[in-house]
Design a protein around this ligand. Structure first.
Ligand SMILES: [Zn+2]
Length: 76
């Protein structure tokens, strides 16, 4: 798989996914992604995207100012 922007080969990496919402900031640590070494663009597969969405939906209801969770803890 290549970067859509610069066609660079993507490398598999664990990243921190940050969501900035009006009421809360959610940080999900250790999310498996494919990252472009050139421009830093991050790509997630379908399953990971669904998991991220699920985690965010759960956490934003808590309305804590900053929430930091581990991806692996949430999907296990
Ligand atoms: Zn790129």
């Amino acid at each position: 798989m290549n970067c859509f922007k610069c066609k660079e080969n993507l490398i598999e990496k664990k990243v921190n996914y940050v969501v900035n919402l009006e009421e809360t900031i959610i940080i999900i640590k250790g999310v498996p992604a494919k990252v472009c070494p050139k421009c830093g663009e991050q790509y997630f597969d379908d399953e990971t995207s669904r998991n991220i969405e699920k985690i965010v939906n759960q956490l934003k209801q808590l309305a804590i100012e900053v929430t930091i969770v581990n991806y692996m803890d949430r999907v296990a």
